[in-house]
Design a protein. Structure first.
Length: 117
């Protein structure tokens, strides 16, 4: 099981980006998939979880929306009204069970989001 994040880039303040995290492999059950981010010099922090909206980071509430395509095993993060403090490497994390019953807890490679004028 692998996760591949994409969609990052450079955007001006107030702009939008949509990140994608595609899960691939012999996927049987996706227990959860979650977006995290890590800004320079800071610890990695949770942004949003596909099953627990209450866990959404207060800093992004009302601006970021998490959604998923269950048929294609893709998790999205729509980010609107981006601010310079949203600049970070964004990672997706998956808790996924494959057909053999093995449980994978895995990170995708990050995608850089830079918000700057």
């Amino acid at each position: 099981v692998q996760l591949q994040a994409s969609g990052g880039g450079l955007v001006e303040p107030g702009g939008s980006l949509r990140l994608s995290c595609a899960a691939s492999g012999t996927i049987w059950i996706i227990n959860t998939m979650t977006w995290y981010r890590q800004a320079p010099g800071k610890e990695r922090e949770l942004v949003a979880d596909m099953h627990n909206s209450a866990a959404t980071n207060d800093a992004v509430k009302g601006r970021f929306t998490i959604s998923r395509d269950d048929d294609r095993n893709i998790l999205y993060l729509q980010m609107n009204d981006l601010k310079p403090e949203d600049t970070a490497v964004y990672y997706c994390f998956g808790d996924i069970v494959d057909y053999s019953g093995y449980r994978h807890t895995t990170w995708g490679r990050g995608t850089q989001v830079t918000v700057s004028s």
